[in-house]
Design a protein around this ligand. Sequence first.
Ligand SMILES: NC(=O)c1ccc[n+]([C@@H]2O[C@H](COP(=O)([O-])OP(=O)(O)OC[C@H]3O[C@@H](n4cnc5c(N)ncnc54)[C@H](OP(=O)(O)O)[C@@H]3O)[C@@H](O)[C@H]2O)c1
Length: 304
Amino acid sequence: MKAVICTRYGGPEVLQLADVPKPHAKKDEILVRIRATAVNSGDVRVRGLQVEGLMKVIMRLVLGVRKPRKPILGTVFSGIVESIGQDVSNFNPCDEVFGMTGFQFGTYAEYIAVKAKGNVLPKPQNATFEEAAALPFGGQTAIYFLEKAKLPAKAHPEVLIYGATGSVGTAAVQLAKYYGAKVTAVCSSSGADLASRLGADRVVTYDTQNFTQLPQQFDLFLDAVGKTKKHSVEHLLKPKGLYLSVAGLDYASENIAQLELLKELFEHHGYDATIDRTYPMQEIVAAHQYVDTGHKKGNVVLQV
Ligand SMILES: NC(=O)c1ccc[n+]([C@@H]2O[C@H](COP(=O)([O-])OP(=O)(O)OC[C@H]3O[C@@H](n4cnc5c(N)ncnc54)[C@H](OP(=O)(O)O)[C@@H]3O)[C@@H](O)[C@H]2O)c1
């Protein structure tokens, strides 16, 4: 099968299209013919080993010293079940599915074998394969952090989402609204219309306004892009308010309930998968170059 392999750590040009063996479904797995995946911030971080200091050493130890031990990057997929293992009862061939492999990677490829009881579900019925592939990364991360802040249990919370136009930010705005929050979105002027369209009650543009001078205080300040420091925004929190940032050492863990919520929101609540650009798999280098800019709006999808 065709797949994109990461030949070493470096710029987008280290990614190459190659022929690799097609996987097979083990007895508890399904084999998925991938139709779409996405190029996420996590992928470019791994490809370029884009972390500071000691984290570089830790990442090399975890992922591979000179190049990723798992050479096929990509963590999200949508596609069609081609075959199922002998013990699988929750999927059938031809089912349309979507999911996330996380640190197992492997989705920049024509096929992937995944655990049938893992992070995979029937695709939202009204979603294209591209939309379905765009849902899990930012969506599951945003749910993780909003649940960590116990947002679903709070009555009419006031929430500030900083970096509201990335993959995590666009999901966080929509999820916070779903949980009943009043949402202030902070983004650049080029993202203001998008943040409003996604439901933000108030949009503050960091390139023309000083958001640190806002008169309001918040129950939650979520930095969805990892560009703020707690001490410089603490005064924006209510006495029991919470500051969370995606840039800390806290890594979002995925579970099936998060994926179920995203499916439900997409099918019945007008959730927007927020696709910025779509590239064919052959243009993986261009897709990574664009995501490397750090300015994508929402998600970048790769058609397989
Ligand atoms: N901890 C975890 O488990 C976890 C999980 C997933 C992601 N992350 C991290 O979360 C971060 C965001 O991920 P992502 O996938 O959402 O990234 P992304 O989609 O690449 O973020 C790009 C967005 O950030 C905005 N942005 C860039 N600079 C900004 C600034 N100074 N202030 C406000 N917004 C800015 C950009 O808009 P403008 O250029 O128009 O401002 C763009 O819309 C990444 O660092 C990623 O590694 C952490």
